[in-house]
Design a protein around this ligand. Structure first.
Ligand SMILES: NC(=O)c1ccc[n+]([C@@H]2O[C@H](COP(=O)([O-])OP(=O)(O)OC[C@H]3O[C@@H](n4cnc5c(N)ncnc54)[C@H](OP(=O)(O)O)[C@@H]3O)[C@@H](O)[C@H]2O)c1
Length: 189
């Protein structure tokens, strides 16, 4: 599959690298066509990897991964105060009504995102979005990364992104007390 990865930070690099590893054809995008990190990443890959602008990556991708900084993703400053009525994912969905936004992978460190076995035992990743087919596409990619089907939890439409985004506050508290990134959560019923 052709995938555009918007973002040259640690998340963009982790996702783009793993996507190439599992067989996809990836263009990493940044604000400028000659971003050093994007060019170095493309050069470090054996095949199926290129660097370009955000527009290049987006036009390349059948799937486009947004791994940009949260504030850059939409514009207005993002508050970590509890929000009852909105989320960044919903703001993006409203700004781009034709996009089939799926929120996922924001509830863990990027090493865990792409290699869930980094954390021992069973633990979960979430999907939120309005389009069932798009969630199916993302689910398949997550399974290619190594997420067991029973660990990929669809939590509903894009409004469920509110909870996923607010989880960051707890993730940070856990990170501070545990002292490392190799952890995740499991829903038990
Ligand atoms: N680090 C983790 O493990 C982790 C875990 C969960 C969620 N996240 C989230 O994942 C996202 C990416 O995190 P990250 O640490 O990899 O990278 P980051 O430093 O938060 O973001 C880097 C990307 O954002 C772009 N960017 C920055 N300012 C911009 C602006 N004003 N306009 C347009 N683009 C701008 C940069 O563009 P250039 O390429 O042009 O510089 C770069 O591609 C963040 O939203 C973060 O909160 C991270």
């Amino acid at each position: 599959m052709r995938v555009g990865v918007l973002g040259t930070g640690m998340v963009g690099v982790a996702l783009a690298t793993r996507l190439v590893e599992v067989g996809h054809d990836v263009v990493m995008g940044s604000r400028t066509p000659d971003n050093e990190k994007a060019m170095a990443w493309a050069a470090s890959q054996p095949e199926r990897a290129a660097a370009g602008t955000f527009a290049d990556a987006a036009s390349h991708g059948e799937v486009v991964v947004n791994a940009t900084s949260g504030i850059a993703s939409y514009g207005p400053p993002i508050s970590l105060e509890p929000v009852a009525g909105d989320s960044l994912a919903e703001q993006i969905q409203r700004a781009f009504p034709a996009a089939r936004v799926v929120k996922t992978l924001n509830t863990m460190n990027c090493d865990v995102m792409v290699r869930p076995s980094t954390v021992p035992g069973e633990h979960d990743v979430f999907l939120a979005g309005n389009d069932v087919a798009a969630k199916g596409t993302v689910r398949a990619l997550l399974e290619e990364f190594g997420w067991p089907p029973t660990s990929v939890r669809d939590v509903g439409d894009v409004t469920a992104a509110r909870g996923l985004e607010m989880y960051l506050v707890l993730w940070i508290a856990l990170r501070m007390t545990l002292g490392h990134n190799a952890f995740n959560i499991r829903v038990v019923t």
